[in-house]
Design a protein around this ligand. Structure first.
Ligand code: MN
Length: 372
């Protein structure tokens, strides 16, 4: 396996906790630019991005719907850097327009504007952490009509939209690319900008645990900490706090989890389900359940972990994780969903036990691939 392939494999493996269910990573089909030195972004794209921003008075920014730490942190960091340059900024994201509780510590969110306030045809628009225009929800229209569009992203599944592309599928986070852009714009990192970038970096590296955690990632983290970020404070906000009701829902989900040692080719399956009633009894919204699978997948006896979550519509969103020997992405595609080798999901109607019966039949293992 070449250096690039192994870096890409590491990158794909890292896409764990928040990137499931997106268009399946086809691998190897993205850029034909030389990735050897600094990643995938061609120098003329950096130059053009800097030029467009310097010339602009007003900049519209959008990150993907249901923003995570990288999407929102990157967008707010860039917004604050552009404001330091004297630009008028309109940062937003598509409905539901609500900052997740775990990200309410991010500075600059008072600058967010409702998606409806963006002009229908922006002169300059920048999208962040969105693999395709459809990930912008209703703001896809603005991205398509913008006179100039800069795309900043690190998904291998990026569709290739936008003329000015700061897209590097090997970058650990979109915030890595935003840091480089801010550097090229000549804006110094202050604490608030650094905090957004750090939130993105910490989120997408799984708190510096995933294989994408390179020496360069730690060097960027060092600069951000030097600019005033307190890692323990960010870590507490992102991972170490939850309403008591969430712990009760988690406890219920773990208590009724089933371990099937013979499933997934004898490698083991652990699964559970959370009904709408389970969480409503504790006033826990659906989108607060994202971390449940990270607890369940700790089970040593199971290669595959699955959490079935009932949505507000009564459908089941089924999240799956593999430790590397079973391709859950393929299994979820067979179930009508998508995602990556190690993290994927599908949505279906019915009863969780029946959905697991169908999913179990798609879990073939062990799959011995190059990266193992
Ligand atoms: Mn990201």
């Amino acid at each position: 396996m070449s250096e690039l392939e192994s870096r890409r494999a590491a990158w794909t493996e890292e896409r764990g906790t928040s990137d499931e269910g997106k268009p399946r990573d086809q691998g190897g089909s993205e850029s034909n630019e030389d990735p050897a030195s600094r990643g995938f972004v061609a120098e003329p794209h950096w130059d053009r991005a800097v030029e467009l921003i310097r010339e602009a008075d007003e900049v519209c920014l959008a990150c993907h719907v249901a923003p995570d730490g990288d999407a929102l942190g990157s967008m707010l960091a860039l917004t604050q850097a552009l404001r330091a340059m004297g630009k008028t900024c309109l940062p937003s994201f598509g409905e539901p327009f609500a900052v997740p509780a775990s990200l309410r510590f991010l500075p600059g969110q008072e600058l967010l504007v409702e998606p409806g306030r963006l002009p229908a045809v922006p002169k300059l628009m920048i999208t962040l952490d969105a693999a395709g225009a459809e990930r912008l929800g209703p703001l896809a229209s603005q991205a398509e009509k913008a006179a100039e569009l800069i795309v900043i992203d690190h998904h291998a599944s990026n569709t290739g939209f936008g003329a000015v592309r700061l897209v590097d599928p090997v970058a650990a986070a979109t915030s890595v690319l935003v840091d480089e852009l801010i550097r090229r714009l000549g804006v110094p990192l202050d604490r608030d900008i650094a905090l957004g970038l750090y939130a993105g970096l910490a989120s997408d590296t799984g708190s510096f645990r995933y294989p994408c955690t390179t020496p360069q990632v730690h060097e960027l983290a060092a600069r951000l900490v030097a600019a005033g970020v307190r890692p323990e404070a960010v870590g507490r906000e992102l991972w170490d706090r939850a309403p008591f009701g969430y712990l009760q829902v988690l406890a219920g989900a773990l208590a009724k989890a089933r371990l099937e040692r013979d499933a997934a080719g004898g490698l083991g399956l652990v699964w559970t389900s959370i009904t709408r009633a389970d969480r409503e009894a504790q006033c826990v919204p659906y989108d607060a359940l994202e971390g449940v699978i990270d607890q369940l997948r700790r089970a040593d006896e199971a290669e595959v972990a699955v959490v079935c979550k009932e949505t507000d519509d009564g459908d089941w969103y089924v999240s799956t994780r593999s430790k590397g020997l079973v391709d859950v992405g393929q299994a979820c595609v067979a179930m009508g969903g998508g995602g990556h080798y190690n993290a994927a999901a599908f949505t279906a109607a019915g009863d969780p036990a029946d959905l697991i019966d169908r999913l179990r039949a798609e879990l073939h293992g062990p799959h011995l691939h190059d990266a193992a």
